[in-house]
Design a protein around this ligand. Structure first.
Ligand code: GLY
Ligand code: MN
Ligand code: MN
Length: 449
């Protein structure tokens, strides 16, 4: 595999491109993530904010990045925690303002305490302030205070920003189109996730707890220096019909399917894979019928992930096949297109077929522009994840289908030549899955003879 990306060098190139995009009349201000308390004296593991990380590569909380294109003293200002030996004894070394300049390439760096004093100055003579708003009340309040202070500080012919823009049309548009170094990181995150899913298929046994199977996946992530990009879903039997099932405590039953939705985050980029397979290694007739419909829908949808198609077309392709399947299985009665028009298919396929994927598992970027679904372009990455779920006690549906839930999810890069699937090394043909599990079982029985 290729070398890991250099986050500091990548960030410098991204700032340069973003500075050109926003122009010299704008100032962009982005905060680092905050440490989040979990319970008494315990914090959640720190995860840097994706926007901040993309632009700085800087790993600490309590920091703010400012981009002021064309500014004489330099474009890039960082506010960071000051060095403090006594605090560092407890929580590790801090980079400090000097390190922010020398290592992270800031043109100017200040201790975070200087923010209220320095930031308004950086806004003077800028027409637009670009910053996140509406995510965090404390931040929103501070931002308005700095704006007010910039107005007071603007003297004579100087100006203060007249407009606040969110990050959607600038930074997030840039993040939506992945550069080669980002695609390589995503390829590595996908590779680790593929290894984890293959491992889970080989480890599954009736009687195992869902969390034991989850541990197999997480063990592979950690052994590759990665971590879960989101809480893993390991859902045996009817638990697969609960879309956000994350308790993972039940016993896996002989004769049930298990649905695993898990992905690694590596070098700050996520993978997002779902596979559904039989706990005992063999699909029942009903499970196989549902599975093959979901798989046909997924393959048809992947084939629609092409430059020039709109974001909705792969969802429509999946919806048509899934709805035909619901009719075929006797879950719905009627004619395909009118059932879709009424939304009747949502009873068994209640979510969309995919989302942007990147540094965030549900990555940034608009899905529609001017009220129209946006057109797919090379460098965009989507998940393709149709599912078919018949919850227990589904009225009007033969009970032999109850509790069967299937989803199949891959990560797909839009390329000029067509879709490139990053995650196709996890088996998804039913026969392939059965063969893979059977190979493990026969090795086991030979060993124990
Ligand atoms: N794992 C989250 C999702 O599939 O969207
Ligand atoms: Mn997923
Ligand atoms: Mn997904």
């Amino acid at each position: 595999m290729s070398e890991p990306m250099d986050p500091i060098r990548s960030a410098a190139l991204r700032r340069q491109r973003l500075a050109e995009r926003i122009g010299e009349d704008a100032a962009l201000v982005v905060p680092a993530a905050r440490e989040q308390p979990r319970n008494r004296d315990v914090e959640h593991p720190f995860r840097q904010d994706s926007d901040f990380s993309y632009l700085t590569g800087f790993p600490e909380p309590d920091a703010v990045a400012v981009l002021t294109p064309g500014r004489e003293e330099g474009t890039f200002t960082l506010f960071v925690r000051d060095r403090a030996p006594s605090a560092e004894q407890w929580s590790g070394r801090r980079v400090g303002p000097q390190g922010a300049r020398e290592v992270y390439g800031a043109d100017e760096a200040w201790p975070i305490e200087a923010l209220d004093e320095q930031l308004p100055q950086l806004l003077v003579n800028r027409d637009r302030l670009i910053a996140p708003l509406g995510r965090d009340e404390r931040w929103d309040h501070r931002l308005l205070t700095w704006l007010q202070a910039a107005r007071r500080a603007a003297r004579g012919r100087e100006r203060a920003p007249q407009r606040i823009d969110l990050l959607d049309d600038n930074l997030h548009e840039q993040r939506l189109i992945k550069q080669p170094d980002e695609l390589e990181a995503m390829h590595r995150a996908a590779g680790i996730s593929v290894a984890a899913h293959r491992r889970a298929m080989q480890a599954v046994q009736p009687g195992m707890r869902e969390y034991t199977l989850a541990a197999e996946l997480i063990g592979i992530f950690h052994r590759h220096g990665a971590e879960p990009a989101y809480p893993s879903i390991v859902a045996g039997g009817a638990n697969a019909c609960v879309l956000h099932y994350v308790t993972n405590r039940d016993e896996l039953q002989d004769g049930d399917l298990v649905l695993i939705d898990a992905g690694a985050e590596a070098e700050g980029y996520a993978a997002d894979i779902t596979r559904t397979f039989p706990v005992n290694g063999t699909f029942t007739g009903e499970q196989r019928a549902v599975y093959d419909i979901a798989l046909a829908a997924q393959k048809a949808a992947i084939d629609e992930v092409r430059a020039g198609r709109d974001f909705d077309s792969f969802h429509q392709a999946a919806t048509r096949i899934l709805t035909e399947g619901m009719i075929e299985l006797g879950w719905l009665e009627g004619e395909r297109d009118s059932l879709i028009e009424q939304g009747a298919h949502r009873r068994f396929f209640p979510h969309r077929t995919g989302h942007w994927l990147g540094a965030d598992v549900h990555d940034v970027g608009r899905y529609a522009v001017g009220g129209q679904w946006r057109t797919l372009e090379p460098g965009m990455v989507v998940t393709v994840e149709p599912g078919l779920y018949c919850p227990p006690q589904s009225e009007g549906v033969d009970s032999r289908w109850h509790g069967i839930g299937v989803r199949i999810e891959d990560d797909v890069v839009v390329e000029q030549e067509g879709p490139r699937v990053l995650t196709d090394a996890v088996p998804k043909e039913a026969d392939e899955i059965e063969a893979m599990i059977a190979a493990v079982h026969s090795a086991y029985y030979e060993d124990s003879d």
